[in-house]
Write a protein that binds this ligand. Structure first.
Ligand code: NAD
Length: 281
């Protein structure tokens, strides 16, 4: 039986540690505030935004909520971001993505002060990660590193294969594994023989966006498998990019979906908010 990596438990541990840290900071007169901006009323985005606000309340972080209409212009959104950049009482700024099509997502990300970029998407944050300097790290990959470390899984010297090269998961994931001294290979939709590469992995990180694509044929016996994918199947049940039932029997550790990587993203967002308050003190 593989070790089942419990993201729910680990994310709760992280949130409880942060709660204590925030209480200690409050006792010293330091408060922390996250501004969350949503443009339009996409139902999935509303769920994510609400979960983020709930996590803030649990930890003791104040949250400011901006629910802007769908027809908000790029200029109006950037003006609000600039106002929040200048506010001393705001530590973190998060614009829930995706934004409506008439708004340039990159321009919005670039408008956020890198010191308040708690999503870690600003080019300066990504550049800092790339050259090993301090900066905010994209929450999902940062959460995966925590999952591995807190489950006692060594990364240094291991063959790490990442499937997917997106800006929010695959690329920062590979840089973080490299920072942890893993030997890293990044694969993607143009990789010629995916199975041949993934079969070498001691640690396989799967962020493809294709339900249950990864079966045991892609996995080395005894590997650690981290599934980032989230989908709803025909029965409206959640599943990942990994065919869990097929892969679990041959690996040493695996994350389930739900309850694996998913809960870690918000925990690491909270971590970034606290870090932002510490840095800006
Ligand atoms: P994306 O669509 O931006 O990127 C997918 C990547 O997979 C691309 O780089 C592409 O090259 C690669 N790919 C596609 N088909 C492939 C194939 N046949 N073989 C090899 N590589 C292939 O997706 P993303 O934003 O990185 O997200 C990936 C998955 O993770 C999605 O299911 C998404 O919902 C999920 N996700 C979960 C969380 C979380 O908090 N758990 C956060 C972000 C994304």
């Amino acid at each position: 039986m593989p070790q089942i990596i419990d993201g729910k438990l680990i994310s709760t541990q992280i949130k409880d540690e942060l709660k204590e840290q925030v209480a200690a900071m409050k006792a010293e007169g330091v408060s922390i505030c996250l501004a969350v901006i949503q443009v339009g009323n996409d139902p999935a985005s509303s769920v994510y935004v609400n979960n983020k606000k709930k996590a803030c309340a649990y930890i003791g972080i104040d949250s400011l909520s901006y629910e802007l209409p769908e027809e908000t212009t790029q200029e109006e959104l950037i003006d609000l971001i600039k106002e929040l950049n200048d506010r001393k009482d705001v530590n973190g700024i998060l614009v829930q993505l995706p934004v409506p099509k008439h708004i340039d997502e990159d321009a919005i990300i670039r408008a956020i002060d890198p010191m308040k970029d708690v999503d870690g998407f600003h080019p300066q944050s990504v550049g800092a990660l790339c050259i090993g300097q301090p900066g905010f790290v994209s929450c999902t990959p940062a959460g995966i590193i925590q999952l591995l470390k807190r489950s006692g899984i060594e990364i240094a010297g291991k063959e790490c294969v990442v499937i997917g090269r997106s800006n929010i998961v695959g690329k920062p994931m590979s840089l973080l594994l490299l920072r942890e001294n893993g030997t890293v290979t990044v694969t993607h939709s143009r990789t010629k023989d995916l199975q041949e590469v993934t079969k070498r992995a001691d640690i396989l990180i799967v962020a493809i966006g294709k339900p249950k694509m990864i079966t045991k044929e892609y996995v080395k016996e005894g590997a650690v498998v981290i599934d980032v994918g989230i989908h709803r199947n025909e029965e409206n049940k959640l599943c990942g990019d990994v065919d869990y039932d097929d892969v679990a029997p041959i690996c040493s550790a695996i994350t389930p979906v739900p309850g694996g990587v998913g809960p870690m993203t918000i925990a690491m967002l909270m971590n970034n908010c606290v870090e932002s308050a510490v840095l800006n003190r």
